[in-house]
Design a protein around this ligand. Structure first.
Ligand code: COA
Length: 142
């Protein structure tokens, strides 16, 4: 397994993987092809793919809000789970963010997502139960 940078050429593969992994994403908003192309242009190192040969088996998108780093849209092909693919993608995301002097790494995880909670715990992330996520959207699909 090898971690490589993803480009907009990989867009359809990324979407296929997210669907197969049953990950929810905003196909008309920030995950649409036009939006992802803009994001990839400004932060090409943030889009990480795990490959088994030529097959894309995992995806993670890092982001940097200037104060903290985030790991987004992490998904692994169900046929390649339990092999450390997500762990490798998290580690590479952190590496990319550390190069920008980011020292805090964060992720939002659905409370019901037992696998993801166990994964991030295993990777050294500490769960905060005293925080509730608030957001405001300019439109429902953003
Ligand atoms: C969560 C997910 C990314 C894990 O991918 P993965 O490549 O199978 O995970 P890894 O093999 O790197 O697992 C690393 C560690 O995470 C934990 N873990 C991973 N999957 C787990 C599961 N189903 N149940 C319990 N712990 C799990 C284990 O501690 C594991 O270490 P171990 O193998 O030494 O026991 C994958 O199940 C997935 O794509 N799920 C659907 C999409 C999703 O929920 N994404 C996360 C959004 S926040």
């Amino acid at each position: 397994m090898e971690i490589r940078r993803l480009t907009i050429e990989n867009y359809d593969q990324i979407i296929r993987l997210w669907i197969k992994a049953e990950l929810s994403f905003e196909e008309k908003g920030r995950d649409c092809k036009t939006a992802m192309a803009v994001q990839m242009k400004s932060s090409p190192d943030f889009f990480l793919g795990a490959y088994d040969g030529s097959e894309l088996v995992g995806v993670a998108i890092a982001s940097n809000d200037g104060r903290k780093g985030w790991i987004n849209r992490l998904a692994v092909d169900p046929d390649h789970r339990g092999l450390g693919v997500a762990k490798a993608l998290i580690s590479e995301s952190e590496k990319v963010l550390r190069k920008l002097d980011i020292k805090i790494f964060c992720v939002l995880v659905d409370d019901f997502n037992v696998a993801s909670k166990a994964l991030f715990e295993k990777c050294g992330y500490i769960e905060r139960r005293d925080i509730i996520y608030f957001s405001k959207r300019d439109n429902a699909e953003a």
